[in-house]
Every structure is written in C-alpha cells, then in structure tokens.
Design a protein around this ligand. Structure first.
Ligand SMILES: Nc1nc(=O)c2c([nH]1)NC[C@@H]1CN(c3ccc(C(=O)N[C@@H](CCC(=O)O)C(=O)O)cc3)CN21
Ligand SMILES: O=c1ccn([C@H]2C[C@H](O)[C@@H](COP(=O)(O)O)O2)c(=O)[nH]1
Length: 274
C-alpha cells in the first residue's frame, strides 16, 4: 500500500489549507490517481487496522439498493448514522442510484453485468451515482433534505467505469471528494472487492483498480494520525477469497468473503467530520 502512503505524503507536502463544509478545515490537493493490480493481493491499508466487516456490509448494502441504515445497524455498522434521519433514511444515495437511477427503474448495476458478459469491448460500461436532481440544499439539515426527496450527502465516489482487455476486468473510480484518512481506505477496499465480485460473476480474470481523485484532503484533526501511519512500515497484502459458488451479483452474502493473511499495525482513531 505504498501508493496510499505516497498520497498522504503528497498531501502533507503539497497541500493547501482549505476550509470545508464541515467546518473542520483540511489540507487538500486536486487531481490525483493511484492504482492497484488486483493480482498482487487485496489492497487493504496495513499501516492501521481496517474494519473489513463495515466495508463488506456497506458494499452489500449498496448492491441491495438499500438507503436506510437499518441493515447496517443490525450488523453493527455505524458509519452512516450521523447523516440519517429519525427513520434511518438517507434519501436517494448510492444504492438508489445504482439500482434504480432517478427512481426511473434504470438498474445500472444489472446493465453493467449484462455488458461485461455480452459486450465487454463496450466503452460505456458505467455506473453514475451522480444525479443533479437529488442534490441537497446545504442551507437545510440532512433530515430536511431527506424529507424533500433529496440525498443527505451527494455521492463522493460518483462515477465508475469498467474495462475488459485480455479477459481481465479493470475498474476506474472517480471520487470527487476524498477523506484520505477515514474514507479512502474504505473506498479502495470496497471497489477492489466490487471488481472481484463482478469478475467472478462475469467469468473474467482480475485486472486493476484505478482510483482517480478530485479534492483529496486530510482533515486538520487527522494530521498526527497520518504522520503516525507514514512512520510505519507497510506489511505484505492479504488475499481475499470469494465463495466460488456465487454466480450472480445479487447472490453474495457476508459469509461469502474471507480475508486471508491480513497483517496490520494497530488501529488509529480519528473523528469523522459531519
Ligand atoms: N467526513 C467524512 N468522511 C467519510 O469518509 C465519509 C463521510 N464523511 N460521510 C459519508 C461516508 C461515511 N463513511 C465513513 C464514516 C465513518 C468512518 C469511520 O468512523 N471509520 C472508523 C471506524 C470504522 C468502523 O466503525 O467500522 C475507522 O477507524 O475507519 C469511515 C467511513 C465514509 N464517508
Ligand atoms: O465514501 C466516502 C464518502 C465520503 N467521503 C468524504 C469526503 C468528504 O470529506 C466528505 C463529504 O463531504 P462533501 O462536502 O460532500 O465533499 O466525505 C469519503 O472520503 N468517502
């Protein structure tokens, strides 16, 4: 995970101080890209312990088209609680856009599976979570926006393209806004896993996960945590095993994933800016 540590260093060395919506303030750079060959191990950050359970449940929750935190909370995952309304709703966030874009019955994920299987040379194999018609009004609260049919937060990982060459599946994500200490380690593992799941159900080998960033920032209250990570030696990457019996993208359950050989340095706490 040298690419991740290099990104932290780049932000600390080249970043500008920038205010932000949450009021915390960040050190920020614009326009960066990191890439991971998925044949070289599963890209889990090793310089702090990552909570894979939250990552897997969140991904299954997106795939289910779910936008209420109940499923996450029932499985002990609290990472979306701060933005949900009193009923647990987040409005039309990722799951809604992936499986039922704009409420129009457009299932982008099913279309991706179909194209990967039947038309892999296609240059239009895309999922867009970005939907201008559900952008929140930032002068209102999260729950007021949800009540108005808007998303509590606009998507950060917004645009995903898949690519097949030589029988290998690659994925590129455009992330418009990236919390490099808390969100990015989750996002890398999540999209690596998503690519592996799609490769399995579409009978493809693994290619790369390419992660492109817009505003990639370190919150000012995460600087010491980032420096501690940079002082640590990365460990070899683990291997992710998927239950080979699963042949549909909707067929995966939590028990179908096994991470083997994850070596890590101790967890590092950091407050999330809401
Ligand atoms: N400021 C901010 N950063 C984010 O990364 C982020 C948001 N907001 N809002 C929407 C989602 C929610 N995400 C989150 C929220 C919290 C954690 C977090 O607290 N992580 C801790 C605990 C992990 C756990 O409980 O499983 C960590 O140490 O990684 C991670 C991702 C990613 N997104
Ligand atoms: O998957 C995610 C979701 C969110 N983030 C971060 C990026 C920003 O720090 C905040 C969102 O705030 P905006 O003002 O809407 O940009 O959440 C992430 O890194 N990964």
């Amino acid at each position: 995970m040298k690419a991740y540590l290099d990104l932290l260093k780049d932000i600390l060395e080249n970043g500008s101080q920038k205010g932000d919506r949450t009021g915390t303030g960040t050190v920020s750079v614009f326009g960066r890209q990191i890439r991971f060959d998925l044949n070289e191990g599963f890209p889990m950050v090793t310089t702090k312990k990552l909570h894979l359970k939250s990552i897997v449940h969140e991904l299954l929750w997106f795939i289910n088209g779910d936008t209420n935190i109940k499923y996450l909370n029932d499985n002990g995952v609290k990472i979306w609680n701060a933005w949900a309304d009193e009923n647990g709703d987040l409005g039309p966030v990722y799951g809604a856009q992936w499986r039922n874009w704009n409420g129009e019955g457009i299932d982008q994920l099913a279309n991706v599976v179909d194209q990967l299987k039947n038309n892999p040379n296609n240059r239009r194999i895309i999922i867009s979570a970005w939907n201008p018609s559900v952008m929140p009004d930032t002068s209102l609260s999260f729950s007021e926006n949800v009540a108005n049919g808007k998303a509590a937060l606009p998507p950060c990982h917004a645009f995903i393209q898949f690519y097949v060459a030589d029988g290998k599946l690659s994925c590129q994500l455009y992330q418009r806004s990236a919390d490099v200490f808390l969100g990015v380690p989750f996002n890398i593992a999540s999209y690596a896993l998503f690519t592996m799941m799609l490769a399995q159900v579409c009978d493809l080998e693994l290619g790369e996960f390419v992660h492109s960033f817009g505003d990639v920032h370190l919150y000012n209250n995460h600087i010491e945590q980032a420096q501690l990570q940079m002082s640590r030696e990365p460990k070899p990457l683990p291997t992710m095993k998927l239950n080979p019996a699963i042949k549909t993208i909707d067929g995966f359950k939590f028990e179908d994933f096994e991470l083997v050989g994850y070596e890590f340095h101790p967890h590092i706490k950091g407050a999330v800016s809401v």
